[in-house]
Design a protein around this ligand. Sequence first.
Ligand code: SAM
Length: 316
Amino acid sequence: MTASAQHTPVLLDEVVDALQLQPGDTVVDGTFGAGGYTRAMLAVGVGRVIGFDRDPDAIAEGRSLVPDPRLTLVEERFSQMDRVLAERGIGPVDAIALDIGVSSMQLDRAERGFAFSGDGPLDMRMDQSGPTAAEFLNQADEAEIARVLREYGEEPRARTISRAIVAARPIQRTGELARIARRAVGYRQGQKSDPATRTFQAIRIHLNAELDELEQGLVAAERSLRPGGRLAVVTFHSLEDRIVKRFFRERSGGTPAGSRHRPVLADPNEPTFEKVAKPVSPTERELAGNPRSRSARLRSATRTSAKPRHTKVDKR
Ligand SMILES: C[S@@+](CC[C@H](N)C(=O)[O-])C[C@H]1O[C@@H](n2cnc3c(N)ncnc32)[C@H](O)[C@@H]1O
C-alpha cells in the first residue's frame, strides 16, 4: 500500500467547494499530511500550492506523493505561514485550508507513538522535537498530568488515571499507557468508547501545543489572505471547533457572550471576515466509508479588506 492510500481526506469535496478555487490561484494547504487536499486543489487548476507540515516525514514523502511542479513543500508550523510567505516573496494568497489533528500515517505507524491500537514507544511528537510523551509522563507531577487529561481530553476521571500513571512509572510504551488508562476507569473489552482515546488525545494535544497552534494559525491566516480570499478549517473535536467558531464570530463582528464578570465591550475593529458559513459535518456516506471522520466539522469564511487584528481570540 502506498502512503497516499493510507490517509483518507476528510470533508474533501466540501473543503474544495468552500475555498471557491479559481484557475491560477495561489493556495496554502497548512496541513499537507498525505497531500489529499493539495491533490484536489491542483486538480481544479490552481496555479500554486504552498504545503506546510510540521512533521518531517510528511514533508520527506510529500514530493513523491504529489509530484507536481506547482507544489512547494515547507517543513514548518502553520502558525508561521505569514512569516514564511513574506520571506519567500509570496503575496497575499487566495485561499487557505487547515485540517487539524493527526494523519492516519501518524496514527498507523506504531513507532510514532500516537496510537493505542498497536504497541510502540511513547513518543507523540509531530515535529519530532521537544519532550516525548514518555518524558512528560515520567517527569510531570500527578496534578499536572490530571490537568492535561481534564483540559485536553475532557476526561472525567483525570485524577484516577493520573494517579495510576504515577504509580506505574516509569512507562515507556503506548500499550502500557493504554492498559493503565483502561484499568483505572474499569474498561471492559467491547465497551463502546475506549477511555484510552481521551488519554492519548489529551497528551498529544498538550505535547504539540495544538490549541495554541490553532489559535495562532487562524491569526496567521488572517494576515496571509487577500481581501475576498477564503479560509476553510476542519477540526476533529469540540475543543478545536470552539476556537474556530469563536474566531469567526469575533472577527466577523459578532458579539462574544458576556457575563457579570466580563461585560461585553463594543468592538472598535472592522470585521476581518464575512460570509461565515454554517458548520458542515460529514455525510452519512462519508461516515460509512471513513468512521474516523465522525467528529469532523468544517467552518469557512471570506476575508474582508480590513487590517488584520494581530490578536488571538479569547479562548474562554
Ligand atoms: C489530518 S492531517 C492532514 C491530512 C491532509 N489534509 C490530507 O488530505 O492528506 C494533519 C496534518 O497536519 C500536520 N499538522 C498538525 N498541526 C500542524 C501545525 N501546527 N503546523 C503544520 N502542520 C501541522 C500533521 O503533522 C499532519 O500531517
